[in-house]
Design a protein around this ligand. Sequence first.
Ligand code: GAP
Length: 438
Amino acid sequence: MESVMDKIVSLAKRRGFVFPSSEIYGGINACWDYGPLGSKLKMNVKQAWFKAMTQMRDDIEGLDAAILMHPRVWHASGHVENFTDPLVDCRECKARFREDQIPQSQCPLKPSKCPGQHDKCNLTEARHFNLMFKTFMGPVEEDANVIFLRPETAQGIYVNYKNVLESSRHKVPFGIAQIGKAFRNEITPGNFIFRTREFEQMEMQFFVKPGTDEEWFETWRGIRMDWYHQHGIRPEKLRWHKHEKLAHYARAAYDIEYEFPFGWSELEGIHNRTDFDLSRHQEFSGKKLEYFDEETKERYLPYIIETSAGCDRSLLTFLVDAYREDEQEGEVRNYLSLHPKLAPIKVAVFPLVKRDGMPEIAARIVADLRPRMEVFYDEKGAVGRRYRRMDEVGTPFCITVDSETLTNQSVTVRMRDTLEQVRVDMSQLRTWLEERIC
Ligand code: GAP
């Protein structure tokens, strides 16, 4: 039996959502490329997040900081010292594992050369392995020129906090939201796009007065869980996981977990980072990062509440959660029940047949809708097959121009999930769709 994950990986490849990176060279471990539909879906996920953070609120600003940062940033942040995983080697099969993930790890050679049970096997002592990718700035490859690819986008926000504050004239509490690439030399990447070495984060840092941090932490927990509900994730597939063992910067941390086919796993982290980051950057840069409260005349380093989501991981969650199978006319139909806001194609337009002026009417509908939403036109083959192809990529609405259109200017609109069909007057079509998509 093909597992749900296998089906999703195969659908993603077949329909142009996600391809293995550098595939013609045999691929490169844990790197993936987003295809025509995947890049649209990803863009929609990012837009939905950025809109919720910045457009819908007046206390958060956006930022797009560089990936390459001054190397001192990573000393100040604690990443050079602490961003390590315990790495162990199996002396039998030579495979490498994260010590804390041995029980779940598969032996690549089992059963021929290695006992396979790595928790009882001949393992080396754990060594600390730093997850940051290093490279060199400029043409000379020497220690003085070492820089890192950022392992999180958050630090770009901290070092810009004064710039944003002064240019936008906000007062604490306020936030900065950023979407961007991050890189981690993970020891055990895997599960498709769940854990990769290059990925995108959607991070928001909310700067608050010390003492109000616990309340804001709870507020942000609520907002972030709601965001997933509002974008169609089934609530019973989401839960909270409280961290008992905290990262070096955190005072409290919760993960939003999703029940993936491979088990409950982290989707997003909400952290109370206190004034750890700003105080370290103040110390390492020698620049004052305190906030002056004009009303109370107090000076303080704000505390930071962080919401940190993976864009690729959210996309995987939306795909997994949307994947459905049902039976129609004796055949299995598979479809993606994606929220209309996220669906890569919003509406497909079909002339029922390629004559009687139907393609021309369909072309006029496409021309009218295209500036406002992603439209797909298809005139080939049986209409049932055209519907199925759109179901499989999650298109919420299919419009068919048929013989009735010729007499009364209405079209059939067919809904992906319920298969319900309604007739909509062509003059009302754009508004009808916009109300359901935007
Ligand atoms: N700034 C805090 C931070 O980076 P994190 O828990 O290490 O916290 C936040 O990462 C989110 O980034 C995770 O919840 C996950 O969605 C995503 N993420 C982290 N490592 C990832 C990886 N190797 N591949 C894909 N997504 C990853």
